[in-house]
Design a protein. Sequence first.
Length: 747
Amino acid sequence: MPRLTLVVPAYNVQGYIRECLDSIVGQDFDDFEIVGVDDCSPDASGAILDEYAARDDRVRVLHLPQNVGLGRARNAGLEVARGDYVLFLDSDDTLTPGSLRAIVNRLDATGHPDILIFDYARTYWDGTTKRNLLASLLSEEGTGAGSFPLDERPELLDLLQIVWNKAYRRDFVERQGFQFPPGYYEDAPWTFCSLIAADRLAVLDRICVHYRQRREGGNILRTVSRRHFDVFDQYERVFAYLDAHPELDRWRHHLFRKMVDHFITVLERPGRLPSDARADFFQRAVAAYRRRVPADFVRPHGAQGHKYSLFALGSYSAMAGTRAVSTARGALRRHGRRQINRAKRRAMGAYYASQLRRPLDENLAVFSAYWNRSYACNPAAIDTALARLVPGMRRVWVLRDPAGQEIPPGVEVVRPGSREYWAAVARAKYTVNNVNFPDRVVKRPGSVHLQTHHGTPLKSMGLDQQKFPASTKMNFTDLLRRCDRWDYSLSSNRFSTEIWERVYPCSFTSLGTGYPRNDVLVNATAADVRRARQALDLPDGGKVFLYAPTHREHEAGFTPRLDVVRLAERLGPDVTLMIRGHYFYGPSPELAHLTAAGRVRDVSRHPCVEDLYLASDALITDYSSAMFDYANLDRPIIVYADDWDIYRAVRGTYFDLMTEAPGVVTTSQDELTETLVSGAWDTDEAAKARAAFRERFCEFDDGRAAERVVRRVFLGEDTDSVLPVVPLHERAPVPTPAEALAPAERV
C-alpha cells in the first residue's frame, strides 16, 4: 500500500508528459504510485506512459477504450488508486523538487487531515514564474499551524477551483462517494463539496506544482464555445449536494457568491463565449441566480455588487453596457500598440499591401530553405514530389544567389525583397520552409504553411534555448509569432514530434511522415552510389570518411577540431577524408590550403549533402544532426566529442550522446585515429549501437516521406491508410560503396 497515489490523465500531451512524469519519478520520496490514464489519446501519450511503466514498477497505466474527458479519466484512475492519499496532476504540469516529501511530512505533522492544500505557481513559455496571488491564505501560522475545520478559515474557498493543489485522504473520498462530473468546470463541484464536507483541513505554504500556462491550445477554458454553459450544470451539482446535506447549509451563502462570481467571469472573460451566445448565457445565469439566492443574502459592495444587481434585475442591456465601458478603456490602452503595428504594415510597402488584397492563388507554392541560401533539404525533396504528383502547381523558390545552383526545370526563382518575392508570398496558397519566413510575411486566412525543420534535435531548440543564453540572442516572443504561422510540422520520429510540440507551443498539426530529404538514403541504388563517387572524383578502391562537425555558437568561424593533415597521414594513401563545414560558416582559408595540397577534400560547398552520404563509407561527426540522417544508410558512424562537456553546458542537449551514440565514441584525436586505423569503427558492437539508434530515430524514414507530405498537405489524402510507414526491419539498406563497386554490381 503506497503512501500516495498520483493520478495523471493524458490526452494530446506527448510534448509535455515526459517532463511531468520525470518530475514525479525524480522526487526524493519514493513511497508512491502513478496511475497514468490514457484517455484514448490520438498522439503518443499512451505509448509514453507504457514506456515509463515498463521501466518503473511504481507506474501503472490504464488505456481507456474511448475518450471520456478529464473528469471521467480522473475517476478511472481514482477507482484503482491504492495510496493512503490521492493527488491529481495534469499531464502538462510538473511537481517541484522535494514536494512529495514536504507533503507527506506536513500530513504527518498535522495529524493526517482529510485534505491538505498546498501552493502552486504559474509558469510561462518565456521562463517567468508567478506564484498564486492568494498564497497568503496558505499561511501555516495561527490556525494554520495544525489541522482545522473550514469554519476557522472559510477564505480558503476563494482559492482557484482546482483539484491538483490538494492531497485527499482516500478513505474520506470513498466514504463521501465523490466523483468528477463530465463537462467543463468539473473541478468546481469536486473542490467545493470536498472542502465543505471535510472534518479537518491543513495547509502547506510551499509551491509544490508548476502550473504550465500553455501558449496555444491545451486549455479548454480558452476555447470559444457554448460548452461554457456547462458551468450551470456544475453549480447545480454543488447545490444539489448542499440540499442533500442540510448540516452543511451554513455554506450556502459562500457558495452562492462563488457561483455568481464564476458566471460573471465566464460572461466577461474574452475568448470563452461566442458573441451570439452572451445574451442566452446571461439569462441562464439570471435564472440560476433567482433560483438559488438565499433569502437574507447581502450583495457585495462596489462594481461587483452592481453586477449582482443586474443579475437580480435580469437586465442584459445594462450588463452589456457595463462591459462596453470596460472594453472601451482597454481599447484606449491598445491604441498605442495599433499605431506601431500600422507603421510596420506601412513599412512592408504599398505593393505588398496591394498584393495581400488580391485572392490567394490556389495553384501557387513558395519554397525556401536555410534562410534562402540554397535549393536543398526537405523543401527541395517536397518540390520534386510536387512536380510529379501535382504537375499543375506553380512552384516558386526564394534564393539569394541562384547562380551555380542546380534548379530543376519548371521552378521559378525570386530574390528575397523583390517585387516578385512580395507578390509570391502574398498570394501563395502554400508556403514551405525548413526555417521561418521573415517577420513581415503575413499568414493569410486559408493559406497553408508547412514547416519541415532541418534535422532531428540533439541540441536544445526553441524555448529550451532560454535555459542556455550563451547559445543564442534570439527574441523568443518574435520566434513564437513566426511559429504561429505554421499549419503543419514534419518529424521523422516520435522523439522529434514530442520536442517540437513542447518547444514551439503553437497550434500546428504534427505530421509523422519522415524527412523527405532522407528518401534518397532509403531508395538509392548501387548505380546512384557509383554516380555519387564518380561526381566527386573519388577512387574506386579504398575507404572514404566524411567528417561533418556541427556549428558552435561560441566560435566565430569554422576551424577543424582535428589536425586533419596528421589524421590523413596516419590513415594512409588508401583513405580519403572529406570535410564538410557547417553552412553557417563562410569559406575556410585553412581548408582551402589543405585541399590545394591534395591531402583532404573540402566539400563544404557541395550542393547536395545526400550525395556525400551515399559516397562515403562512414561518417565522423560530433553533435550534428547529420548522424540521424546518415543512420538511414546503416553505415558506421564515429562520434568525435572532444568538447562534450563544454557543448552540453553552452547549448544543452536532449540525451547523453556518450551513452546513446550510434557507434563508437572518441574524445581525443589519438583515440579517433586508433579507432579508424584498427577497424574498431566497424565492429559488431558498433553495429549493435547503431541498430538501437536507428530503431529510435529512423522510425518514419521509409523512403516515401515526400510523397506522403504532398498527398497529405497538397491533396488532402489520408496518408495513414494510403501510405502507411514501412517498418524498419522490412527496409533494405542502400548498397555500401564496396557493394556498389564490386564486379557483380557493375554488370
